[in-house]
Ligand binder design. Structure first.
Ligand code: ACO
Length: 324
C-alpha cells in the first residue's frame, strides 16, 4: 500500500442548540453581561450545541462514527484501528476509543486516544495514516469528539461563549490512489499556561480548577502565525503551492483567525469552509465536523485537494494536506 485515503465522513451535534441570545440570558441570570452582537463581531459564532447531562464524548463519537462507516460502505467489523482525539474523555481511563469500540459492538482492534486539544484531529489523522502506510492497519476510524460544555467556566464571559459540543469522524483506508499527501505536526509546551484546564485527579479529589482557562489574545497571535507556517510546510512536503488547494478546512475557533489564515495563504474567502457560526469551537471535533458538512453539502468532491489545519492548547499545531 502506498497511501491512506478518506473513504467516508460523518458527524453529529447534540440536539440542544444554544443561540448567543439564549446564552446571554443564562449568564445575565447570574449577573454576567454579554450580547449576541459582541459574540458575533469578535468570533463569528451565532450558536453552539450542548450535550445533555450523561451524554459523553463516546456517545457523540458513536453517532459520527456510524455515519462515517455508512458513507464508506463499511461496517464496524471492518475497522482494525480506532483513534479518538479528545480533551474531554468519558473517564480518566480507559480511553474513550476503547469505550467507543465496545459501543460499536466490536472487540480486538487497537484503540487509543490522542490528546492534542484543538490540534487533536490532525494529530490523530497523521498517526492513522502512518499506521496504514506501514501495514499495521487497513481500515481506521478516526474520530474527534468533545463535550467542552463540561469544562467551561460560566462565570468567565471571555471563554464560555466560544465553545460547543459535537463529534466528527472519518474512515481512513489503505489505498493505491493518493489520499493523504503530507502532514506536519508541532508542539511547544512553554505556552501551557495560555490555554489549559489545570485541574487533575489526586487522592480522591480534583486538585486545581477543572475549568478552561485561556489568554485569548496570546492564543490569537500565535494561532495565525503557526497556521500559515504549517500550511506552507505541508504544501512544500507534497511539492504543491497555495494555488493547488481547493478547500481550506481550519480548526473552527474564531472567524477572524480563519479569515486571517486564508488571507495569508492568498486564498479567496469562498474556498474557506466555515461552520464556526453554527458549531462554536468544538476543539478536536471541529475539523471533521467541518469536513463532513462540506462533503454532505456538495462542496468537497472526490479528488479535491483539502488543507486541514489545527491549533490549540499545548501549544500544539499542525496540518494535513489530502486529496479527498
Ligand atoms: N461579552 C461581552 N464583552 C466581553 C466578552 C463577552 N463574552 N468577553 C470579553 N468581553 C470584553 C472584555 O472584558 C473587554 O472589555 P474591556 O475592554 O472593558 O476590558 C473587551 O470585551 C475586549 O476583550 P478582549 O479580550 O480584548 O477581546 P478580543 O478582541 O481579544 O476578543 C477573543 C476576545 C474573542 C477571545 C479573542 O481574543 C480570540 O478569539 N482569541 C483566540 C481565542 C481562540 O480562538 N481560542 C481557541 C483557539 S485554540 C482552541 O481552539 C482551544
Amino acid at each position: 500500500t502506498s497511501y491512506s485515503r478518506i473513504t467516508g465522513t460523518g458527524s453529529y451535534l447534540p440536539p440542544r442548540r444554544v443561540t448567543n441570545d439564549d446564552l446571554a440570558k443564562q449568564l445575565a441570570s447570574h449577573g454576567i453581561e454579554t450580547s449576541d452582537q459582541w459574540i458575533i463581531e469578535r468570533t463569528g459564532i451565532r450558536a453552539r450545541h450542548f450535550a445533555d447531562p450523561g451524554v459523553n464524548s463516546s456517545d457523540l463519537g458513536l453517532e459520527a462514527a456510524r455515519k462515517a462507516l455508512e458513507a464508506a460502505g463499511r461496517t464496524a467489523s471492518d475497522v482494525d484501528l480506532i483513534i479518538v482525539a479528545t480533551s474531554t474523555p468519558d473517564m480518566v481511563f480507559p480511553s474513550s476509543a476503547a469505550i467507543l469500540q465496545n459501543k460499536l459492538g466490536i472487540a480486538g482492534c487497537a484503540a487509543f486516544d490522542v490528546q492534542a486539544v484543538c490540534s487533536g484531529f490532525v494529530y490523530a489523522l497523521t498517526v492513522a495514516d502512518s499506521l496504514i502506510r506501514t501495514g499495521t492497519a487497513k481500515c481506521a476510524l478516526v474520530v474527534g469528539t468533545e463535550v467542552f460544555s463540561r469544562i467551561l467556566d460560566f462565570n468567565d464571559r471571555t471563554t464560555c461563549v466560544l465553545f460547543g459540543d459535537g463529534a466528527g469522524a472519518v474512515v481512513l483506508e489503505a489505498s493505491e490512489e493518493p489520499g493523504i499527501l503530507a502532514s506536519d505536526l508541532h508542539a511547544d509546551g512553554k505556552h501551557v499556561g495560555i490555554l489549559c484546564v489545570p485541574g487533575h485527579v489526586s487522592g480522591g479529589e480534583v486538585l486545581g480548577t477543572p475549568l478552561l482557562h485561556m489568554d485569548g489574545q496570546a492564543v490569537f497571535k500565535l494561532a495565525v502565525r503557526v497556521l500559515e507556517e504549517s500550511a506552507r510546510t505541508s504544501l512544500a512536503k507534497a511539492g504543491k503551492t497555495e494555488a493547488d488547494i481547493d478547500w481550506l478546512i481550519p480548526h473552527q475557533a474564531n472567524i477572524r483567525i480563519m479569515e486571517g489564515t486564508a488571507k495569508k495563504l492568498k486564498m479567496s474567502r469562498d474556498k474557506l469552509i466555515v461552520t464556526v457560526h453554527e458549531h462554536g469551537n468544538t476543539s478536536a471535533a471541529s475539523i471533521p465536523l467541518a469536513l463532513d458538512d462540506a462533503v454532505r453539502s456538495g462542496k468537497v468532491k472526490k479528488g479535491d485537494t483539502c488543507m486541514l489545519e489545527g491549533v490549540g492548547g499545548g501549544f500544539t499545531w499542525g496540518s494535513v494536506l489530502l486529496n479527498y
